[in-house]
Design a protein around this ligand. Structure first.
Ligand SMILES: *Cc1c(COP(=O)(O)O)cnc(C)c1O
Length: 396
């Protein structure tokens, strides 16, 4: 491997040359079932013919123009995302951290306009919001933060799904601007915020004039079987951040604002050069159209439910398995011991998976995973997990 790459990733020793649907091939011709979609990015799988045709067409027209001009594809994408979410306005950027950074700025500006000068944002244990200074400060993982101090101030951290803790934080901090939460924690180990808890947060935000900001970067875009994971709780947020799966692999991020939150930024208060360019917006619009035309929300729910049940039935009672959980095609198998070694074993067996929080096997396959592919996936994974648990010593 080239030594001219900065040492930010410990990479697995394969290089993918191409893909088709839920399958990829490495440069040596070995085939893998993609149980990860580039971390919830390849929403419609690899080389989807409609996406390829749309991107080819767009490449021949225009890739980038600049937000100094109107961008019709960006306007169309904003209209579409607002229709799907109930939001009023969208801002486009290029990644998850950028969407979250914009949300944090929006919350502070919104609070300042209300006369709250030292606005604080409630965030959660095990949260992941990105790796810019503000978003790593909002993240609830010391490994992400260590060495980058001083952190950005203005975050108040509480445990997830703990009503008393968030009420206590509210009582102790008069200058709160917002609650910022993943509807389903991804990097944090596939941990859903309970529907009742999200409804309580909505109620607290209404009582105190705070913004409810949902990080849907990983759990949005249909992954849980609804367009947005918070929609299962039937709540209306003030801000949604999205990115990963929005354009099936073309970099994009978006912040959606509801009501007053949508009108917070004025000209010159936020911006980005690439954000919302014609290529990225075309990819997102085509991805959304494919999800609709191919019924992929239903597919994610149906195939995901089947997988969760199958994994639960065969692994739930195995000593060493703590929990099998998730929603739709966002699934986690929590073990009682570090299991990073499973990733290489799965690779060997022709399956791409991931381990997060050291002990949670994470599955994020494309939303168009077929039932027979799901069966193949669990048939590969179940014996690997069993063999791993039988051979590896449990944590002390
Ligand atoms: C991946 C992720 C981010 C960061 O997105 P990047 O595109 O890597 O900056 C933020 N929030 C959540 C929930 C994520 O899963």
């Amino acid at each position: 491997m080239s030594d001219h790459l900065m040492n930010t990733y410990s990479r697995l020793p394969i290089a993918i040359s191409h893909g088709q649907g839920a399958w990829v091939w490495d440069v040596d011709g070995k085939r893998y079932l993609d149980g990860l979609s580039g971390i919830a990015v390849n929403t419609v799988g690899h080389a989807h013919p409609r996406l390829v045709a749309a991107l080819r067409d767009q490449l021949g027209k225009v890739i980038h123009t600049s937000n100094l001009y109107r961008i019709p594809l960006q306007e169309a994408l904003a209209d579409k995302l607002c229709a799907l979410s109930g939001a009023d306005r969208a801002f486009f950027c290029n990644s998850g951290l950028e969407a979250n950074e914009a949300a944090i700025k929006l919350a502070r500006l919104h609070a300042h306009k209300r006369g709250v000068d030292r606005a604080r944002i409630i965030v959660f244990d095990n949260a992941f919001h990105g790796r810019s200074l503000a978003t790593l400060s909002a993240t609830g993982n010391p490994k992400v933060q260590k060495g980058f101090e001083p952190l950005v101030e203005g975050f108040v951290r509480v445990p997830l799904n703990d009503a008393a803790a968030v009420r206590a934080a509210a009582a102790a901090n008069p200058e709160i601007a917002a609650v910022f939460i993943e509807a389903v924690q991804g990097e944090g180990g596939i941990r859903p915020a309970q529907a009742d808890y999200l409804r309580l947060l909505r109620q607290l935000c209404d009582e105190h004039g705070w913004l409810l900001m949902i990080d849907e970067v990983q759990c949005g875009m249909g992954r849980t079987g609804r367009w947005f994971a918070h929609q299962w709780a039937e709540i209306r947020p003030d801000v949604i951040a999205m990115a990963k799966g929005l354009a099936s692999g073309v970099p994009i991020g978006a912040v959606l604002g509801f009501g007053a939150a949508a009108d917070t930024f004025g000209p010159g208060q936020h911006g980005t050069t690439f954000g919302g360019n014609p290529l990225a917006c075309r990819a997102a619009l085509e991805t959304l159209a494919i999800i609709e035309d191919e019924g992929l929300l239903d597919n994610a729910q149906r195939v995901g439910d089947w997988m969760r049940k199958r994994l639960g039935d065969s692994l739930g009672a195995v000593p060493g398995v703590v929990d099998v959980r998730g929603m739709g095609l966002m699934l986690g198998i929590e073990l009682d011991r570090p299991c990073g070694a499973l990733v290489a074993r799965a690779l060997e067996a022709g399956l791409l998976i991931n381990v997060t929080q050291e002990r949670v096997v994470r599955l994020l396959p494309p939303l168009n995973l077929r039932q027979e592919e799901a069966e193949h996936l669990v048939a590969l994974l179940i014996p690997l997990v069993r063999a791993f648990l039988a051979a590896e010593p449990a944590a002390a």
